[in-house]
Write a protein that binds this ligand. Structure first.
Ligand code: NDP
Length: 339
């Protein structure tokens, strides 16, 4: 059957909040959609399309990818390329599309980490898979201790000069290396647009490493990934492990994480969310958006209903001092650290 031609919702910019990425001209929605899981070869194109359309129809104009998302490597980008062809091409200038390279992608010495050789080749592959001439943001996906930081950063600068990316970003750099990298890029007039790190109620590492403060100082937008801690900060695991959940696959989110302490924390947080008239997922996102230094949260989803729930977070991002105190109190015993 031929899918009907996609036409975006006219009211798509009416309810979303947009925030500026550091000292740049770019604003992004406070909720962005990430394609790490549920958008690749293990998913149906029907669900991929429904989720992407729903997101864009509701003001999510920032889509976050990486070369190895799917989880089968490359397949989220391939499906995004299908979406470009079937739906999004007329809206290309309304979209902020990011991709990354830094983790293992292909065998041999040139398919991993931070060499110029890897980054340049990987971006060319990503553009082909996504059917794009350029991406809006290209990230170095992680710090590479064995490649001189100047080589990785110069590759990013040159990628922008070649017109293959408009901006660059970094993810998972130690704070001192992020500072060095930000300075290198700024000195070459390619300032780092976004810094991506895991930040959520039960992983507050970027506060203790000083990365959020550093981003503010350097004019780089701080963007949180896994804001729901891969689903732990939702109602998904309050009554066991659903068969279709990420935890049931036990690859990236392990059942061992559901300790009695964790159950106590998420149950208490869920009750507090209910008192605020929110789901736990909504409250977890609102808590992040409440901090103006967080430009955006990149959510994952496996259904349109989850995206719809998460979008409601934008409706109430204010917290009383007492609520903030309770959230910290409930979550402190189960803090994780992504160093
Ligand atoms: P989340 O913490 O938002 O977890 C998403 C998962 O939570 C979903 O797949 C779903 O699980 C569950 N979920 C989402 N919304 C709801 C809801 N309303 N109710 C119940 N359950 C819900 O994010 P991810 O870990 O998926 O990461 C998001 C994005 O961040 C990635 O796609 C990627 O773009 C980026 N990222 C970047 C990294 C980096 O190194 N730079 C690393 C990791 C992520 P289920 O599938 O079980 O239904």
């Amino acid at each position: 059957m031929i899918a009907p031609v996609y036409s975006a919702n006219d009211g798509r910019y009416n309810s979303m909040l947009y925030r500026r990425c550091g000292r740049s001209g770019v604003q992004i929605p406070v909720v962005a959609l990430g394609l790490w899981h549920n958008f690749g070869s293990h998913s149906t194109m029907e669900n991929v399309r429904a989720m992407a359309h729903y997101a864009f129809d509701n003001g999510i104009c920032h889509f976050d990818l990486a070369n190895n998302y799917g989880p089968e490597y490359g397949t989220a980008e391939e499906n995004f390329g299908r979406l470009m062809e079937s739906s999004f091409r007329p809206y290309r200038d309304e979209l902020l599309i990011s991709t990354k390279a830094g983790w293992d992608m292909w065998p041999g010495p040139y398919g991993n980490f931070g060499s110029r050789k890897y980054l340049m080749a990987s971006l060319d592959q990503s553009l082909r898979r996504m059917k794009l001439d350029y991406v809006d943001v290209f990230y170095s996906h992680r710090y590479d201790p064995n490649t001189p930081i100047e080589e990785t950063m110069q590759a990013l600068v040159d990628i922008v000069k070649q017109g293959k990316a408009l901006y660059v970003g970094l993810s998972r750099y130690p704070a001192d290396k992020a500072r060095e990298a930000f300075d290198y890029l700024a000195a070459r007039d390619v300032p780092c647009l976004l810094y991506q790190d895991r930040y959520n109620i039960i992983d507050r590492t970027p506060r203790s490493t000083g990365l959020i403060d550093l981003c503010e100082e350097k004019g780089t937008g701080f963007i949180s990934f896994s804001p729901l801690q891969q689903g732990l900060l939702t109602n998904r695991y309050l009554n066991g492990i659903p068969a279709d959940s990420r935890m049931a696959k036990a690859r990236f989110l392990k059942p061992e994480m559901l300790t009695p302490e964790m159950m106590k924390a998420i149950t208490s947080l869920n009750t507090l969310a209910g008192e605020r008239g929110q789901t736990l997922a909504e409250m977890a996102l609102s808590w992040l958006i409440h901090d103006k230094r967080v430009v955006s949260v990149i959510i994952g989803a496996s259904s349109v209903a989850q995206i719809a729930d998460n979008l409601k977070a934008v409706e109430n991002v204010s917290f009383t001092d007492e609520e903030i105190k309770l959230i910290e109190e409930y979550s402190s015993p189960v803090q994780m650290h992504n160093l």
